[in-house]
Design a binder for this molecule. Structure first.
Ligand code: FMN
Length: 311
């Protein structure tokens, strides 16, 4: 997630080994293939065989509408060590969409086919090439034709965020469409959207019947969530050990301290780390109230910010 799951956050969230893999924030590809330095800055894990510090594979996500440049960028990513390529056809940001990137491509199944085909051809067959789709631009029924296009082009799997672009992040999330796509057996389907806690996951599991799930905001808001889900998926039991979502400042403290340590490996700007911590807690508040955020919000220096968690 752009601006959220950067390298320190990926390192933190994968430390328990609950994720099969993670995906970078999108790297935008326009009419130029980004230089090597940009890949290394965007994906520091390339310097570690494309693994997070605890050994979870990192897939590089590319975003754009130029099939040739995307194919070159995919080739460059893999030459630098990327473990896989994910293509973003879901981003709803107007500036991105105006520049022929993200969800705007959902209007053109032929272009999805062309992009996935070119990227597939550009990288060795053992490297997965996946596509991240929303259900459509405005019509959720477009998902069927779009998935058929990316499957025919050779995508390894498709991750479906079960909303249209026009919905943005508004409810409802149409998990039922994911089940219908899965039942067509075109290719493996990863379910995504609004899994905020373990109960949501169970509902999504029962509705979609998928084997794999992509957890975005919920995984950041509750760093224990992926562990509960991965235990369930391996054991297929309804009584997983549920990691309680951190609530009080002291529940959050170990995560925050670890995040600061990991962030300091990448930045010498404490004010940036403070911003990220506030953003993180705010995101968690989309699922549950954290009234002490008001106090956190007013802090300015990293020391003041960490004081909030010292209680
Ligand atoms: C701030 C933000 C940034 C995002 N950036 C990306 C991105 O770079 N690539 C991507 O595929 N999806 C991105 N997404 C979408 C998420 O991956 C996911 O599809 C969406 O949030 C729904 O899943 P969730 O409810 O589990 O978060 C972003 C979402 C948010 C809220």
């Amino acid at each position: 997630m752009e601006g959220v799951t950067d390298a320190p956050m990926r390192a933190l969230l994968t430390e328990k080994g609950s994720f099969l893999f993670c995906v970078t924030e999108f790297l935008r590809v326009t009419d130029q293939t980004p230089p090597v330095s940009v890949f290394h800055r965007h994906i520091p894990e390339l310097g570690n065989k494309s693994l997070t510090s605890s050994g979870t594979p990192v897939l590089v996500q590319l975003l754009g509408g130029n099939a040739q440049r995307l194919a070159e960028s995919a080739f460059r990513s893999v030459s630098l060590g990327a473990k896989g390529i994910d293509l973003n056809f879901g981003c709803p940001a107007p500036t991105v969409n105006r520049h022929d990137g993200g969800a705007t491509l959902l209007k053109f199944p032929k272009r999805l086919f062309e992009i996935v085909s070119e990227v597939r051809k550009a990288v060795p067959k053992e490297i997965p090439v996946s596509a991240k789709l929303r259900l459509g631009w405005s019509d959720p029924e477009d998902i069927f034709e779009n998935v058929e296009a990316v499957a025919r082009a050779g995508a390894s799997w498709v991750t479906i965020h079960a909303r249209t672009r026009m919905q943005g992040y508004a409810k409802p999330v149409f998990w039922n469409h994911i089940r219908r796509v899965r039942e067509l057996n075109f290719l493996p389907v990863v379910a995504n959207g609004d899994i905020w806690n373990f109960q949501d996951f169970l509902k999504c599991y029962e509705t979609t019947g998928c084997e794999h799930y992509m957890i975005g905001r919920g995984a950041v808001g509750n760093p224990h969530l992926a562990t509960s889900i991965s235990r369930f998926l391996q054991l297929k039991t309804h009584s997983p050990q549920q990691g309680k979502a951190p609530d009080s400042p002291s529940d959050w403290r170990p995560f925050i301290e670890r995040f600061v340590t990991l962030s300091q490996l990448h930045t010498d700007k404490p004010e940036y780390i403070v911003r990220r911590i506030k953003q993180w807690v705010k995101l968690a508040m989309m699922e549950r109230p954290l009234p002490w955020f008001e106090e956190l919000k007013r802090t300015q220096t990293l020391e003041e910010c960490l004081q909030t968690f010292a209680v």
